[in-house]
Design a protein around this ligand. Sequence first.
Ligand code: PLP
Length: 183
Amino acid sequence: VQTFEQEFATLYGVKHTISCGNGTDSLYIIMKMLGIGVGDEVITVANSWISSSETITQAGAKPVFVDIRADYHSMNETLLEAHITSKTKAVIAVHLHGQICDIETIKNICDKHKLMLIEDCAQSHFSEYKNKRAGLFGIAASFSFYPGKNLGAYGDAGCIITDDDSLAERCRMFANHGALKKH
Ligand SMILES: *Cc1c(COP(=O)(O)O)cnc(C)c1O
């Protein structure tokens, strides 16, 4: 697992890969460790595997759904800003079927409103947008290696990638019973 984490981080050019039990845990852990909880709103899309929204609820926050584009079936970035309120903390961009959202526009809107951008890359391993990989635009990205995904393991698996040292440390501890050392 440690070798995988190192190789995945190298392939993505990120500082940290934290392996998790699955791509649902990884989303939940990211949000939990970013301090998202009761009273917060997180914007995402409804046409995803339920993990993208159930983990928002699991963290204690409220999922807010933006409609999708007719062509790529990804978040309609032109409708995003209208869903932002004073309670919005983060946006989860879901890159479905290996196709990337208009992530540049989504990132610009997040930056403008000081929102955290999380990428759900459960279906977009190594997908690129203008020569930059999906998963490298937000504060952290979540991957699933469920056997049926674009990159599948032999059973359930997932991971988080991030360049944020402090977030990485907290995620690793949360995923590992509070310990920093591997058993
Ligand atoms: C599969 C999937 C998940 C959850 O991954 P699991 O490893 O099955 O928990 C999250 N988001 C999307 C978009 C997925 O397709």
